[in-house]
Every structure is written in structure tokens, then in C-alpha cells.
Design a protein around this ligand. Structure first.
Ligand SMILES: *Cc1c(COP(=O)(O)O)cnc(C)c1O
Length: 380
């Protein structure tokens, strides 16, 4: 997608804060490899900008798709790239050709990779994703031996890793299920080993696991949301406190727009589609050139604030596709093209991703990752 040239709304990334977050995790994990997850446009932060800053501070990158891997390579990133998500049979050619590491959970992919690797005289670098209880992608235990047999016969398939993903580590302070998954993982890796398959790296940890459980680290952690300065959940924050796991995280994203019009409307005016808000006084409305298309959730209609001149301005009426309205009656100094903070700080006021998530009925992950990629990401 072509990036917008015009700064109607944009995202600023705090480079120093980002490096500080990465250093904090590095300190925590020691010599364990740090794989930075930059899927979903680096959780909305801008994949190229983020990868360039992070390049000297992490060991690997991981992405969801082969396209994202290509974006990293085109940006000059030379580190190992692990693809976490599904790649179609057609595009496995790219994976082998470019030497991307691929998370594998389908037997069909194994066969196709083998054919491509053999034909091109290259190796295919694979990470076996083991099913331990998330029931998303993953190899079921009953299929593991077939994978093993095939791998024995196909040395062009290089088993670089074995991995799993926790399903219930952020949503609770009770980590019984997560620990069960970890046991399953060790059991399954044990079976692979007994079968003579020796994955070079074992990795299971997302941010919550990295903060809470050293024993989930093995050889590498796959760090996502924490690197960008957000806690995975309130439960993770509470669990970390209980475990005295000290982590200082600083959110590094500020999302801004400008005021596109200011006008006075009389008492009793209906604001926006459906007339869901009616003014109860003479009101100064500021119209902002941003809406749900850009990623400002429609669920925030009549239920959020933005920051203007270091003060909170409430959202009035429904958020439209590319436009929204806020009330600046109590901010008389507000004028055309004033900077507006949708997410982040201005003066002493802050609108956090968690606060927006709570207003919109979702999680911080979704709030940041849905900021549309075509808005400029500016490193400050
Ligand atoms: C997204 C993702 C991660 C990172 O999770 P965070 O909670 O953001 O740290 C790790 N592993 C896999 C497989 C993922 O899909």
C-alpha cells in the first residue's frame, strides 16, 4: 500500500524508548536469542522503521507472512527471518529461494519444501510447530512419527527449530494450563529426539512467558507486544508483581492527527450519522480527518477522548469512515490544524492503548495493530 504523503494523521515512534525496552528484555533473557516479532506491520508501529532500529539489538525477526519477510529483506535486513503463519503451496518457492525459516505444521508443506529444495539444490529451514493445547496451527502427537520418518529421508529439510505457542498465559493469573502446555512441549520434543530428530532451537515464549517464566525460554524467545512497551494484559502485570519480576516498559507509539474544522453548533444539534449525540449546550465541535478506516475503532463512538492543547476532548457522535468529531467547547484556545493526540501523551495527559482498548471492548494488541499501514510512521 502506498504511504500517504500528507500528514493528516500519523504515528510517531520513540526510538530511545524502543531501544530501552529491547535492552530491558535482553537483560532479562541473558544469552538466550531474542527474536523480535514484527508481524502486523510491527504491531502497527511500522515494520521497516521498527526493524531498522531493532536490527542491532535483536538476533532474529519473525513475521506472519512471506510478504512481510520480503519487506524486511527489501529494507536491507539480513538477520534470520522466521515466518510464523501459513504460506500457500505456491509461495513456498519464495521461502526456499530466500532462505526464510518457516514454521511447519502441515505434512503437505514438508513434501512441497522437499521437492523445491531438491530441485534448486538448496536447503529448506523448518521449525516444527508442536500442538500442545492451543489448537491453532500445530502438529498433533499422532502425526509426529510420520514427520520424523519423512525428515530422516530428506536431509534437504533442515530442522532448525521446534516451537509451540501458549493459549492461556495472558488471560489469567492461574498458569496451570500454560505449564501443562510446557510439559506437553517437552514430552513432544523428547519424542522427536528419541526418534533421532534434533531441532537446533527450541522456542515457546511470547512476551508474557518471557516476563513470567524463565523455564519457557529454552534457546530463543519470540518477543512481540512487550518490545513496543505494552503489557500483554493486566493479569500478566499482576502476575509479574506477585513474582517480583521487575520490568519497566515504555509505550513507544503516539498517534496524532490535526483539527480539520472548528464550528459552533447550537444546543440540541445532532452530531454525525444516526444523530447519536445531541448537544446539551452551545458546543464547539472540532472535526478530525480520521476515522475507522484509519484504525480509530467505530466502537469508540461517543465513548472516548482525544487530547488537544493538553486537555481531554470527548468524542461526539459516531466515528465515520475518515472523519470524527470531538467537543472542544472547554478548550477555547483550540484552532484549525492544532495537533490532536489520539493515543499517547500530551502534557500531563495520556490516552493509553489499554484505555482505548477498554473503551472499544478489545485489547491493546488490536488497538495498535489496526492503525492503517498507509499512515506515515515517523521515528522521533
Ligand atoms: C504474535 C506471536 C508471538 C508474540 O506474542 P506477544 O504476546 O506479542 O509477545 C509469539 N509467537 C507467536 C507464534 C505469535 O504468533
Amino acid at each position: 500500500m502506498k504511504m500517504r504523503k500528507e500528514k493528516l494523521s500519523w504515528v510517531e515512534i520513540d526510538k530511545k524508548g524502543f531501544i530501552a525496552n529491547l535492552r530491558a528484555f535482553r537483560k532479562r533473557i541473558g544469552k538466550v536469542k531474542l527474536c523480535l516479532v514484527v508481524k502486523a506491520n510491527a504491531y502497527g508501529h511500522g515494520i521497516v522503521q521498527v526493524a531498522k532500529i531493532a536490527n542491532d539489538h535483536v538476533d532474529w525477526f519473525s513475521v506472519a507472512t512471506v510478504d512481510e519477510a520480503e519487506v524486511l529483506r527489501q529494507a536491507g535486513i539480513k538477520k534470520t527471518i522466521l515466518i510464523l503463519g501459513y504460506v500457500t503451496m505456491k509461495h513456498l518457492v519464495e521461502v526456499v529461494k530466500q532462505g526464510y525459516h518457516l514454521t511447519v505444521f502441515n505434512f503437505e508443506a514438508l513434501q512441497r519444501l522437499s521437492a523445491i529444495a531438491t530441485r534448486s539444490g538448496k536447503k529448506a529451514y523448518i521449525h516444527l510447530k508442536l500442538e500442545t493445547g492451543t489448537h491453532r496451527h500445530g502438529i498433533m502427537e499422532q502425526d509426529l512419527l510420520a514427520f520424523g520418518d519423512y525428515l530422516h529421508e530428506h536431509p534437504e529439510l533442515s530442522v532448525e527449530g521446534a516451537s509451540m505457542h501458549f493459549s492461556n498465559i495472558e488471560d489469567t493469573t492461574d498458569h496451570t494450563y500454560a505449564m501443562k502446555q510446557l510439559d506437553r512441549f517437552e514430552h513432544l520434543v523428547g519424542r522427536l529426539e528419541a526418534d533421532g530428530i534434533h531441532p537446533k532451537l527450541r522456542h515457546t515464549a511470547c512476551t508474557a512467558a518471557t516476563i513470567l517464566f524463565t523455564k519457557t525460554y529454552f534457546d530463543m524467545v519470540r518477543l512481540g507486544i512487550g518490545a513496543y512497551g505494552y503489557w500483554p494484559s493486566r493479569e500478566t502485570f499482576v502476575s509479574a508483581k506477585e513474582r517480583k519480576a521487575k520490568m519497566v516498559l515504555k509505550p513507544i507509539l503516539t498517534w496524532k492527527t490535526v483539527i480539520g474544522q472548528i464550528k459552533k453548533v447550537p444546543t440540541g444539534s445532532a452530531i454525525g450519522y444516526g444523530g447519536t449525540y445531541k448537544t446539551t449546550r452551545q458546543t464547539r465541535i472540532a472535526v478530525l480527518p480520521i476515522g475507522y478506516y484509519e484504525g480509530y475503532d467505530r466502537g469508540l463512538s461517543n465513548g472516548a477522548y482525544v487530547l488537544i492543547r493538553r486537555k481531554r476532548a470527548p468524542v461526539r457522535g459516531r466515528v465515520c469512515m475518515n472523519v470524527m468529531m470531538v467537543d472542544v467547547t472547554d478548550i477555547p484556545e483550540a484552532t484549525l490544524e492544532d495537533e490532536v493526540v489520539l493515543l499517547g501523551s500530551q502534557g500531563d495527559e495520556t490516552i493509553s492503548a489499554e484505555q482505548l482498548a477498554s473503551w472499544a471492548g478489545t485489547i491493546n494488541y488490536e488497538i495498535v495493530s489496526r492503525i492503517v499501514p498507509e499512515l506515515p510512521r515517523i521515528v522521533v
